[in-house]
Design a protein around this ligand. Structure first.
Ligand code: PBG
Ligand code: ZN
Length: 342
């Protein structure tokens, strides 16, 4: 916006009445809490928060993740308790990750109806039917090598992986998941999952695709939590280069064409420009994932007494929403919900 020059009045030091004459005083609207509340442009609400959970084998297991204070691997019974507590605090949705009993080259447990994620979906939908259950669909938690797909030589094979992902997604839908969220970044997986869901009679199960997922150092703590670090190599041949943003729009557009209902940008804070462009250019329901490393940094600074954790948390989550995210996935969901309630 260009301001006509005649409205730009500067303080005049020689005013005899004392003090400068200004017609534009932006501070007028910041004077009191009531005034600030009245003109606020963006409101973070609990409705938009999604709470990730890590489900492991066993009973009454609650194993803290050292690099993610406040986050634990939970057996199915404990995951249900955690989901109940979150729902009681006004959270609408949980996102489930699984740690299988055993891993193999093909990640066979990903589609196993008796595995932790599928069992947790059934248990949560039984106990708290109104809570939305979203499931992460990938192979890296299930493969012995920790890669998101089948490995041949040093290549992560695309097309053969896509079929396995579709099988896993169908097994989540059979267990009762409301939304499946493929995080692997293989080409064509959204279309394959949509087709497999429809063929299985799951036309109403939504797909939230990790559409613009970058190859980020900030997933480090997650790989401790999900035991999914690659045994060799990295994820650069399928996840996006942090230097790119036009490509993020193309990735997202393609996922929408293939049938994604909700698209995601991940990580969040260093990618606010990506969130803004994806939302503005495509106008689709957009989620952003405030990832494990982003969470761990705040926790670490707070534990050292270097930062006001509550203010920093709300500032981060508000910024993600302000950039254009309709949905914010965060390990802080419960803490934020409690703060937003009060
Ligand atoms: C699995 C997956 C990852 C995350 C979500 N799903 C890790 C990865 O791609 O290595 C990261 C979440 C986080 O860091 O909080 N593909
Ligand atoms: Zn993966």
């Amino acid at each position: 916006m260009t301001v006509p020059t005649h409205t730009l009045q500067r303080p005049r030091a020689d005013e005899s009445a004392g003090g400068p004459t200004l017609t534009r005083r932006l501070r007028r609207l910041r004077r009191s809490p009531a005034m600030r509340n009245l003109i606020r442009e963006t409101r973070l609400t609990k409705d938009m928060l999604v709470y990730p959970l890590f489900v492991c084998p066993g009973h009454q297991v609650r194993r803290e993740v050292p690099s993610m204070p406040g986050v634990a691997q939970l057996s199915v019974d404990e995951a249900v308790r955690e989901a109940e507590a979150a729902a009681g605090e006004g959270i609408n949705a949980v996102l489930l990750f699984g740690l299988p009993e055993a891993k193999d080259e093909r990640g066979s447990a990903a589609g196993d109806p008796a595995a932790p994620v599928q069992s947790a979906v059934r248990a949560i939908k039984r106990g708290i039917p109104d809570l939305l259950v979203v499931t992460d669909v990938c192979l890296c938690e299930y493969t012995s090598h920790g890669h998101c797909g089948l490995v041949e030589g040093d290549e992560i094979v695309n097309d053969a992986t896509v079929g396995l992902l579709a099988q896993a997604a169908v097994s989540h839908a059979e267990a009762g998941a409301d939304v499946v969220a493929p995080s692997d970044m293989m080409d064509g997986r959204v279309a394959a999952i949509r087709e497999a869901l429809d063929a299985g009679g799951f036309e109403d199960i939504a797909i939230m695709s990790y559409a613009a997922k970058y190859c980020s150092a900030y997933y480090g703590p997650f790989r401790d939590a999900a035991d999914s670090a690659p045994a060799f190599g990295d994820r650069r041949t399928h996840q996006m280069d942090p230097a790119n943003v036009d490509e993020a729009v193309r990735e997202t557009e393609l996922d929408i064409e293939e049938g994604a209902d909700i698209v995601m940008v991940k990580p969040a804070l260093h990618y606010l420009d990506v969130i803004a462009r994806v939302k503005q250019e495509l106008g689709f329901p957009t989620a952003a994932y405030h990832v494990s490393g982003e969470y761990a940094m705040l926790k670490a600074a707070a534990r050292n007494g270097w930062i006001d954790e509550e203010r920093a948390m709300l500032e981060c989550l508000t910024a993600i929403h302000r950039a254009g995210a309709d949905i914010v996935i965060t390990y802080y969901a419960r803490e934020a919900a409690r703060r937003l309630a009060g």
